[in-house]
Design a protein around this ligand. Structure first.
Ligand code: T1G
Length: 691
């Protein structure tokens, strides 16, 4: 961390350097150091102008998000720095390259001139963290570019290009060359002291506020409405606006939604770190990738790779299935052109990177082969035995299996160390989660290659050990177990789904299983009835499956789908559920939404704690990221384990023990890890620091 001071004639250049994004950290003294250097320059009689720039690849990625878990007053120092810049009696010129985000852009807006390098991007992404721009952004951006454009930037959180910033008036000059040189040139001509905070209130304020307040959607985070409140408070009294912004920022910083979103931000980066993997382990190069299987998963995986610019050879032994897969791939890519997501040239390049084949020999030179054939060990055995002979010994063999034992699959080849699991989630070209399953024999560099490849294709990759259902599905089974019990005890599907969706799940459990296919859940329950006879599910859901009501794909499941997509409650199912309760001699009772949410959450948390305790997941945050990116768990809620820390483990343990004393209490035996942490006043967060 450093603030380099360079004297260029009568100009002092300050180059900010603090880690990969020059985060404006108060906690590590960086902001204090900048403040000291600004004050020195302002008081230096030989200095007429100041230029500020960022070291490395960007101007500044924002305030240090980790500061917000500390003393809330810390951010006051950043506000003081920004005021000192704007009130400086000497022109301060901001030389922007790479990115200027959040507090970084707020600092830049306090400058008197902003020069941006072509290709750089500027934005206020705070809303994505459940925050508002808390260092003057709500009061300065609108003064520079108008209230409507400012609200659009702050409510979307999306950065704009330097070119767009110039047209908006957010920057004063755009340069192709060296932005520092350009800034020094401007400095030599002593530009005027144009103070952003002194600019008038934008004329479009009234209409901008009204229009956007009307379009606000619900949600846990209050950041959008608070951003509008701050802009609505714009007046000639800048201090008053800044005071309101500071007050509302503090409120948001302490909110559950912001804490959850900040947990997600860091969590997505923590899971990329593999504990114990020595730094000299290098991922293997992956140039030629093969996908085996032209079904739903094989096609989705192929699309995900093509969309990430990875050439793919798809091997599908049946020519008709291969042709169908190729047509589906072409159609999906072309639809992206029609929707304006990509241009035709990009689409053509993606399609050109696709090679269909009907023989496994086509993969003889592949660096990585991803198997996505039918979930049957016999079929896997045929494929992996053939791959063992056909592929190079250093080729990585990955299975997309979601239910089979990866170690058993690895045992099918001579060198099991080259086998890893790449469990994509359907639709694989949309869902960001990738469970990277490390087998007992998986080599460290194979695991590292899988993680690097997952990142390359835009996935949030999370390592899982080998167990039934890995991390996500193993927890989901305990979640569903409670859902089916609640059906027989007194709840109806539409009540359960509505309660969970109101709480923050993207889709309720009943609707989710209708979408995934009730037959898939049925097969798992049948297998588990043999493997775990002492852990029965309610039979009510099997009664629905026995009617061949497998969900949306059959037009009927728990719900009916008159138009093939819209789920509607079915009185026939209501009657089936009520009759089932009577059949097992259970008097139905009213179950509150609170109980529904609590039992669903606790089921996830308890099994998640077992999974961490068993070493299947490295950390609790890995479990959280799997639920945010694979199961529609509300991002503002942070994840199941994050929610447990909010509840407090001792209180949660009491709840588990109460449930364990009740009906089907065997399902609620507290995970040992919960008992261990609760006993010492610990939190799951304490275990997230590894790696
Ligand atoms: N604070 C702390 N750490 C940060 C950070 C930040 N703002 N931005 C990045 N990092 C860390 C990140 O955790 C990772 O750490 C490393 O830097 C590289 O990040 C007062 C309240 C800038 C687009 O929301 O979007 O200003 O894992 O892998 O892919 O109003 O980082 O290596 O240990 O993401 O090249 C507003 C957040 C903050 C931008 C670069 N700013 N950052 O992407 O690298 S709040 C943001 C990003 C604020 C003010 C408000 C991206 C990036 P590690 P990376 P990247």
């Amino acid at each position: 961390m450093a603030v380099e001071v360079i004297h260029e004639g009568a100009t002092i250049l300050l180059r900010l350097s603090n880690g990969p994004v020059n985060a404006l950290s108060v906690g590590n003294g960086f902001v204090g150091d900048i403040m000291a250097k600004v004050r020195l320059a302002v008081s230096d009689p030989a200095c007429r102008t100041i230029v500020v720039t960022g070291a490395g690849r960007m101007f500044c990625g924002g305030a240090d998000i980790s500061d917000f878990d500390g003393d809330p007053a810390q951010i006051g120092l950043l506000r003081d720095l920004i005021a000192a810049v704007e009130d400086s009696g000497k022109p301060v010129i901001m030389a922007i390259h790479g990115m200027a985000l959040g507090g970084g852009l707020e600092l830049a807006m306090a400058g008197h001139v902003r020069i941006a390098q072509a290709g750089s991007r500027l934005g206020l992404p705070e809303v994505t963290l459940g925050l508002l721009p808390g260092a003057g952004g709500t009061q300065r951006l609108a003064r520079l570019i108008g209230a409507g454009a400012a609200l659009d930037m702050m409510l979307s959180g999306k950065p704009v290009t330097a070119e767009r910033a110039l047209s908006l008036g957010l920057v004063d000059q755009l340069v192709d060359g060296d932005v520092v040189e350009a800034a020094l040139e401007v400095a030599r001509n002593a530009p005027p002291l144009r103070r952003t905070g002194a600019l008038p209130v934008p004329a479009d304020l009234g209409e901008a506020i009204e229009g956007r307040r009307a379009k606000l959607r619900g949600g846990l985070s209050q950041a959008p409405t608070r951003i509008i409140d701050c802009v609505a408070a714009l007046s000639d009294d800048l201090a008053a606006g800044l005071a309101l912004e500071a007050e509302l920022f503090g409120e948001l910083m302490r909110s559950e939604a912001s804490r959850g979103l900040r947990h997600a931000f860091f969590g997505e980066r923590t899971v990329a770190r593999i504990p114990g993997l020595s730094g000299d382990v290098r991922p293997r190069e992956v140039r030629h990738v093969g996908v085996i299987g032209g079904g739903l998963m094989g096609t989705g995986i192929t699309l995900a790779l093509l969309n990430a610019g990875v050439p793919v050879t798809m091997v599908e032994l049946r020519a008709d299935a291969l042709a169908k897969a190729e047509a589906s791939i072409r159609k999906t890519i072309q639809r992206d052109v029609e929707k304006g997501r990509i241009d035709q040239a990009v689409a053509d390049a993606r399609i050109a990177a696709f090679t269909p084949a009907t023989e496994l020999d086509a993969l003889s030179d592949a660096d990585l082969v991803i198997e996505a054939v039918f979930e049957d060990m016999g079929v896997k055995k045929q494929v992996f035995s053939a791959l063992d002979a056909i592929t190079r010994p250093d080729a990585i063999l990955a299975s997309n299996t979601s239910t089979l034992d990866l170690d058993a699959i690895a045992a099918l080849v001579a060198d099991p160390s080259r086998v890893v699991g790449l469990h994509f989630f359907s639709p694989a070209n949309i869902m960001r989660l990738l469970e990277v399953v490390r087998g007992r024999e998986t080599a460290p560099d194979v695991l590292a290659t899988a993680m690097a490849f997952g990142k390359r294709v835009g996935k949030v990759s999370v390592v899982s050990g080998v167990c039934d259902g890995f991390i996500g599905n193993r927890m989901f089974e305990e979640y569903l177990r409670q859902v089916w019990f609640m059906l027989e005890e007194g709840a109806l599907p539409q009540q359960i789904d509505a309660a969970m969706e109101r709480w923050g799940m993207a889709m309720g459990p009943c609707r989710t299983m209708d979408l995934a296919g009730q037959d898939i859940g049925w097969a798992i329950r049948k297998r588990r009835a043999v493997e775990q006879p002492d852990r029965p599910y309610s039979g009510v859901i099997d009664r629905i499956c026995e009617l061949s009501r497998f969900g949306q794909k059959t037009g009927k499941g728990i719900y009916v789908y008159p138009d093939g997509r819209t789920a509607e409650p079915d009185p026939e199912i209501t009657k089936l559920i009520e009759d089932y309760s009577a059949e097992i001699g259970l008097t139905r009772r009213a179950i509150s939404d609170e109980e529904i949410v609590s039992r669903c959450l606790l089921a996830l948390i308890n099994e998640g704690a077992r999974i961490v305790g068993d070493g299947i997941a490295y950390r609790p945050v890995d479990v959280d990221m799997i639920y945010l990116h694979g199961y529609g768990f509300g991002r503002e809620r942070g994840g199941p384990m994050f929610q447990a820390d909010l509840m407090g483990l001792p209180a949660m343990l009491d709840r588990l023990r109460t449930l364990a004393a009740g009906r089907n209490g065997w399902a609620w035996t507290p995970a040992p890890l919960i008992e261990q942490l609760a006993a010492k006043g610990g939190r799951f967060e304490d275990l997230n620091i590894q790696g």
